[in-house]
Structure formats: C-alpha cells, structure tokens
Design a protein around this ligand. Structure first.
Ligand SMILES: [Zn+2]
Length: 403
C-alpha cells in the first residue's frame, strides 16, 4: 500500500509540474481545474515545488470578484541538462535549461571511423561542458546515428563511428555520475521538435524525417515517442525503393531510400550526372561536387542540380505518403542538411504526396521544415531527460550548488 501511495504522490507532483511547464503563469485554482486534483493537494504540491526551487510566484492575475489569483511560473534555470548530437561528421553538445534555451555549446570535429577515437571525442566534449563550474545538472541525453537500443542505452551499430554494441549510456553514467538517456538521432530530432518547436500541443502527433548523412524518421504519436516493437520505428532509410539497378547501401542491402535521398546520395548522383551534362555549373569539376556546391547550383537554377533534387524529393515524398497513409499524422517535418534546398524541395514533396495518397489525407497534412535548425538533435536529447520529471528531483552533490 505504501509503495502505491508513494507512486500516486509522485504521479500527482509530476502532473502539476507538467501543467505549469505547459501553461506558464497559471494559478493554483486553474491547476486544480486542469488536473482534477483538489485545491489542497495542489497547494501542497506547489509548496513542495517552490521549496525545490523549480517553481516561483510571478505575479497576480485578474479576478472576477474575490481574491486575485497568484500566478506560478517555472524557474527555467533551476535545472539543466546536457544534450549531445553525435553526428557522423562532427559532435555537438550543449547545456540546456528547462525551456530549451541553450546556455553553453561546444562542437568537436570527427574525422575518424575508429570507435576508440570517437568515444574519446565524446569524453572530451562532455569534459569541456561539465568543467565550467557547478551547475544544477540532472542528466545527459544523447542522439546517436545508426541503430540504437534506447531501452538499454546501447549503440547497436553506428557504421560511421565504428561502434558495435557499445554500452554508451553505462560508460558515461559511470564516468560522469549522471543519468544518461540515448536515442537514435532521428527520434531525438522528433522529440526536440515536438517539445521545443512550433508550439505543438503536448498530446499531438508529429513525424520528423531527418535527412543528413543517413535518413530516418522519428514518430511522436499522441505526445509520446513511438519506439516500435524492436525500438527501430522510423527506420525508413532502409526500405528498398529502387528494385533494379539500385546502389549498394551501407546496411548491406541494395536500393534503400538512403541510397537515393540522403546527402551523400544526392552528391554522388550530381557527380554522375555532371559528367554527361553540357550546361551545368557542376561539370568541369569531376570528383569535386560537394554538398555546398550542389546547394548553390540548385539555388542558381542549375538544371543538373534541379534534376537531382527533384528525384530525391520525389523519393522522400513517396516515403511521406506511406507514413501519412499509415498513421494519418498531420504534421510532417523535414530536418537535417537537406533543408538547405529551401521551399522548392518542400513543394516537390507536397506535390508527390498529393499525387500518391488520398486527397483528403494529403489536404489535411502539413509538410514543413523543422523549427529548431541545427540544434534540434541536441535539444531533443535534452528534452528526453527533462521529460523524465522524476530526475528533476534528484539533484545531488556538488553540481547542485549553482542557481
Ligand atoms: Zn540500407
């Protein structure tokens, strides 16, 4: 019975905290109405949250007769989290507050595919973030590329980092004495966008399609990240879309979506076409088409660049159609380096969606670029920790001195 009471207490406390997080400047009476908890219970819980430094009274609201209500706000800086984005070409890290504001950020380049060196870079990144004096830190969140076992904190396979079955969460927990949570990068991007992006309702659904070195989706259904039975929901990059004559994929298969729509894929396609085309800014520089060059050529209306982006956009649009047809999620968000192609790429994806799914479904779907830009995976990794409200009450040791 005692355990159940404790559980209920924690549940109610987290519910009140979440309500204040979602509706800044809310009164105790409003919290009571929203949560269904009694006024007395809410007052007790709020007193506890204020004692913890998480919440403070910020003013007086208007009243319709009677006593004016006191408004409550979250103290955004009272807890902080480390977010890491272990991208294949560089690692980003940041210290993030409860409102998703970046207080400090660091980047380290990664050139090597050697697993040991990559791990040493993670340590270096964390040391430089954690070395800046005492902070009220509650945990570390990580978005890692490749196949990730989030439940056990293990990177199952990240080819570009040379990691196989690496118990990353455990290694970092032991070294830094902080809880560590791990997701794959596309899933982290989805959590970040949903939590800190365009003001999505907390129970809304969202699919983020993250296209950078790899290609994957993160799926948030009714406010919760959908992991799938084996934790690999959203691995759309390795669905085969080219049946004949497709390119070999790093997963071992042939013709995966990633081989036609990821950044390396569009660059190598541009390279191949440039060799045959007459009038293109990309010709004459064989072997040197870079993504930057392709983005510039596309913006300048170069025909080869346009063909390449059109092809990739159609493939991405087909993937979106599949997701929309299956899930009927109305918010589809594209993130990662491909966002540099701008509005024309979105138009191609929207047009493909309109042609390949039910008119009513396509009409109700919004396809947009991510709001958070280059920090979205860092922010998503941080949000992953913050969403575990219990961690916010476990501030211990010298790190708790600040604020
Ligand atoms: Zn593949």
């Amino acid at each position: 019975v005692k355990a159940t009471q404790q559980h209920t207490k924690e549940h109610n406390r987290n519910l009140v905290l979440r309500t204040i997080l979602e509706q800044d400047g809310i009164s105790r009476a409003q919290i009571s109405r929203v949560t269904g908890l009694t006024r007395t219970t809410v007052s007790e819980i709020v007193a506890g949250l204020m004692a913890e430094g998480l919440v403070r009274e910020t003013g007086v609201g208007s009243s319709r007769g009677g006593k004016s209500p006191i408004l409550l706000s979250l103290v955004a800086d009272s807890r902080q989290v480390v977010g890491l984005d272990l991208g294949p070409s560089g690692f980003q890290g940041a210290i993030v507050d409860l409102r998703g504001r970046i207080r400090q950020s660091v980047e380290v380049p990664v050139h090597d595919r050697d697993g040991e060196i990559a791990l040493a870079s993670v340590h270096r990144l964390l040391e430089s973030l954690l070395g800046g004096g005492p902070r009220p830190l509650v945990g570390i969140g990580i978005g890692a590329p490749g196949l990730v076992d989030a439940a056990h904190g293990v990177v199952v396979n990240a080819v570009n980092l040379g990691w196989r079955n690496l118990p990353l969460a455990k290694l970092l927990e032991e070294r830094h004495q902080l809880p560590v949570k791990l997701l794959n990068d596309s899933q982290a991007a989805a959590v970040g966008e949903h939590t800190f992006g365009r003001g999505y309702r907390s129970d809304s659904s969202l699919v983020v399609i993250n296209v950078r070195h790899g290609l994957g989706a993160g799926i948030v259904l009714n406010g919760a990240l959908f992991h799938g039975d084996g934790g690999s929901a959203g691995e759309i990059g390795h669905v085969v879309v080219v049946r004949e004559g497709g390119a070999a994929c790093r997963c071992g298969n042939v013709g995966c979506l990633e081989t036609v729509a990821s950044i390396p894929a569009v660059v190598s396609r541009a390279q191949a076409l440039a060799g045959h085309a007459e009038s293109t800014a990309l010709a004459g520089v064989p072997g040197t088409v870079t993504f930057d060059l392709l983005v510039q050529a596309f913006a300048a209306g170069d025909p080869v660049a346009r063909q390449v982006v059109l092809e990739a956009g159609r493939f991405i649009g087909m993937a979106v159609s599949g997701l929309v047809g299956t899930l009927n999620v109305r918010n589809i968000v594209l993130s990662g380096g491909v966002t540099r192609f701008g509005e024309p790429l979105l138009d191609i994806i929207r047009a493909t969606l309109a042609q390949s799914t039910l008119t009513r479904l396509a009409r109700d779907t919004r396809v947009e670029y991510a709001q958070l830009g280059r920090h979205e995976i860092v922010l998503g990794a941080a949000a992953l920790v913050l969403k575990d409200y219990s961690l916010l009450f476990k501030l211990r040791g010298p790190r708790a001195m600040a604020s």
